[in-house]
Design a protein around this ligand. Structure first.
Ligand code: LLP
Length: 428
């Protein structure tokens, strides 16, 4: 065994690079399972029914959904495409929730024909459309209404979704509009209005943000009951639980965030004497982020006046987050794990864009051509936001566990990328 070589799930990354090539998304399957089990076990309460939904936008594929299913979690999808993957994975449709601010007629029709459990309705026009589709299809479906409590979690501005002018949901200050939407939905026998949904941001480090969200929502639910006789059975509080990317990050322990949410819900339910019986959360990032890493091969290095660059064989096409959110990551030379980190370098990708920098100024051992570089915590919003920019194929995804590896998503070949091209006459 080479002590300088990193192993993941009992497999050396050198072996993975040889067998699967690079760049490569590597998931430690045990870590995903542990998170799923923790959320399932910790989000339990004597006072309330609970449900944990995995937000599949963070990363979805059939192999992952198999694990989600096995651990008894439910699922959040935001498009016909994510819903289709859920169907392909044979995910129990009654445990699927359909989100999104601009669902199409076809998507709603598809969801109802699949027998989806719940539609999370975003706005007044969607209410009308859902009523139309539900009447036509005759399928029975539950509905939650997305509201915006105006609570801003402390996070990067691009990923705050609940400020008052958010494109998501309806502000809770618009009570009459919300009451009208509930009445519209409730008038249809096969739509069952359950309650409200909100999501206050992503990569949240402060449990008080959830306390503020719950207190605001419960007061709103109470007022809606008093003023409009609307009964709320369920509340979905969204996701946003932080993951560990670098030493700067101090994520709230899951046990703490789960108990804070559940205790606050019980207290507020008690305070307003509400008939609320169910509470949900929908983590995405916190389940898959830390389980995933990206393995790259080092190509050239270059010394400029002020910087030393280490170039890798992927970049913003497989991880847009540094360029889009200035997201910070940690890395190692995976074949020099015990060597001294003696050089400050900048890790750059191979895309034609100056902003294609994965990490600015990081200490590493002296990097040489053909070394392996591992970027940690890329399991969420990495593959799911990947592109073919510069016609780089999306990397393969491999799951490793107990010394065994299995490819769960193939690498995109040049042929794959050309597959959609054609020259077909459009009949007008
Ligand atoms: N529920 C709803 C309604 C959401 O909008 C989101 C994320 C989640 C749940 C899951 O949030 P999580 O637990 O993963 O934070 N692309 C950005 C993150 C965008 C999050 C969008 N909504 C990034 O790479 O940081």
């Amino acid at each position: 065994m080479n002590k300088n070589m990193l192993e993941i799930g009992g497999v050396s990354v050198e072996q993975l690079a040889k067998s699967c090539q690079t760049p490569l998304y590597i998931y430690d399957e045990e870590k995903i399972s542990t998170k799923l089990a923790q959320f399932h076990d910790l989000f339990q309460s004597d006072a309330l029914e609970t449900e944990v939904l995995y937000a599949s936008k963070a990363f979805t594929c059939k192999a992952l959904l198999e694990l989600v299913k096995q651990h008894g979690l439910s699922l959040d999808v935001v498009s016909g495409g994510e819903l289709y993957v859920a169907k392909q994975a044979d995910f129990p449709m009654e445990r699927v929730y359909f989100h999104g601010n601009n669902k199409s007629y076809e998507e709603l029709q598809m969801a109802l024909s699949y027998g989806i459990g719940t539609i999370v309705v975003d706005n007044a026009m969607e209410c009308e459309l859902l009523v139309q589709v539900a009447k036509q299809s005759g399928h029975s479906v539950k509905a939650l209404l997305r509201v915006n409590p105006g609570v801003e979690a402390h996070t990067h501005k691009y990923i705050v979704t609940a400020h008052l002018d958010s494109k998501f949901g309806t502000s809770i200050t618009h009570k009459e509009e919300i009451a009208h939407m509930v009445q519209t939905l409730s008038a249809i026998p096969n739509i069952h209005f359950e309650g409200f949904h909100s999501h206050i941001g992503s990569q949240i480090f402060d449990a008080n943000a959830y306390v503020a969200e719950i207190q605001t929502l419960m007061k709103f639910v109470y007022e809606l009951q008093e003023e409009y006789q609307i009964q709320t059975k369920a509340l979905n509080l969204g996701g946003g639980f932080a993951a560990y990317y670098t030493a700067e990050d101090k994520p709230i322990p899951l046990s703490e965030v789960c108990s804070t949410i559940l205790d606050t819900c019980s207290m507020e339910k008690e305070r307003y004497q509400l008939p609320l019986c169910k509470v949900m959360i929908e983590p995405g990032r916190s389940i898959v982020a830390e389980a995933g890493s990206t393995l790259y091969r080092v190509g050239f290095t270059k010394q400029t006046a002020n910087k030393k660059y280490v170039f890798v064989d992927g970049g913003m096409s497989d991880n847009i987050r540094p360029a889009l959110y200035q997201a910070a990551y940690a890395c190692d030379l995976a074949n020099r794990m015990n060597e001294e980190k003696c050089e400050k370098v900048t890790i750059a990708g191979k895309c034609c864009e100056s902003g294609d920098i994965l990490i600015e100024d990081v200490m590493l051992p002296h990097a040489q051509r053909n070394d392996l570089l591992i970027l940690y915590t890329t399991g969420a919003y990495g593959y799911s936001m990947a592109s073919n920019y510069n016609r780089l194929g999306r990397p393969a995804v491999v799951f490793v566990k107990n010394g065994k590896a299995r490819i769960v998503v193939k690498r995109e070949s040049y042929e794959d990328m050309c597959m959609m091209e054609c020259d077909e006459l459009v009949h007008i």
